[in-house]
Design a protein around this ligand. Structure first.
Ligand SMILES: C[S@@+](CC[C@H](N)C(=O)[O-])C[C@H]1O[C@@H](n2cnc3c(N)ncnc32)[C@H](O)[C@@H]1O
Length: 263
């Protein structure tokens, strides 16, 4: 498995560096990510992953793959946005997979028209926000640290999200002045600091906020930042939505002192 994974690592590094604002390498990256998604969702690879992760060099390889594949996911969203904006569309295994996860995101605590949803790491193709806003009528806000992703994301929303209440902002979490109105928060799986940000959010969010943290453990941690323990005085894990065959799973958190229906 290590040999196969080193091959992916080289190709991811090359693909991320090869992004030049055009879509000429898009098809190759789509193919690469689709095959990687297949690898990380195939339970037959779990024992091989376990052996690899038990070694120091294996752990380093897994960490490097996580970082590089996250860069490539960000790049493929750019390709997808560019294709849409150029009047072409793309469908590939990876996105079919991501999109099929969206409906189940909050388990029983689904947003409705009165909800305000925040997505941390909205990316260049904010499909989660488009889906949530169009399915529920919720107000949706995405934040991202990448200015190019914000620019592309806004243009995608302009094109696909007519009439929907979606905003994309380049602000840090602690700069957002509407956090007390947010009812639902989604963390993109490939945001490396997601648990630090969750910790930070406790002080500035309402008591009944629900957090859907995308993550991947074990084999899936080759493609996702894994679940981490939370401070039990602040957050409680109220459930996990396991998605066999999907690239990430979802952990649901509420504030430790609140009682919700899922308790
Ligand atoms: C590619 S997108 C979404 C990918 C996928 N849908 C998922 O669940 O991971 C991830 C985005 O997160 C952004 N990002 C990474 N770290 C972040 C942070 N600390 N705050 C906000 N956005 C961040 C990246 O710039 C990238 O555009």
């Amino acid at each position: 498995m290590a040999v196969v994974l080193r091959g992916y690592l080289d190709r991811f590094a090359e693909a991320a560096q090869g992004y030049d604002g055009s879509t000429r390498h898009a098809a190759a990256l789509e193919e690469l990510l689709a095959s990687y998604a297949q690898l990380v969702t195939d339970p037959a690879n779990e024992p091989g992953y376990g052996q690899l992760a038990a070694t120091e060099s294996g752990t380093a390889l897994v960490a490097a793959l996580r970082t590089e594949s996250a860069r490539c996911v960000a790049v493929i969203e750019k390709y997808r946005a560019l294709r849409l904006l150029e009047g072409r569309t793309a469908a590939d295994g990876y996105f079919a997979n991501i999109e099929s996860c969206i409906a189940e995101e909050f388990g029983a605590v689904a947003p409705d028209a009165g909800s305000k949803v925040l997505l941390v790491g909205s990316g260049s193709f904010p499909m989660t926000l488009l889906n949530l806003a169009s399915l529920t009528g919720a107000t949706a806000v995405g934040i991202d640290i990448d200015p190019e992703a914000l620019d592309l994301g806004r243009r995608v929303v302009e094109q696909l999200g007519e009439g929907l209440d979606i905003r994309l902002l380049g602000e840090e979490i602690d700069q957002l002045d509407f956090l007390h109105d947010v009812t639902h928060i989604v963390f993109s799986s490939t945001v490396s600091l997601k648990y630090e940000l969750l910790h930070q959010l406790h002080a500035c969010t309402r008591d009944d906020v629900v957090v859907a943290m995308r993550f991947g453990d074990g084999l899936k941690s080759l493609f996702n930042y894994p679940m981490q323990p939370v401070d039990p005085r602040l957050w409680q894990l109220t459930g996990t939505i396991s998605q066999p065959g999907q690239v990430f799973d979802i952990a649901l958190y509420t504030k430790a002192h609140t009682k919700t229906e899922s308790n």
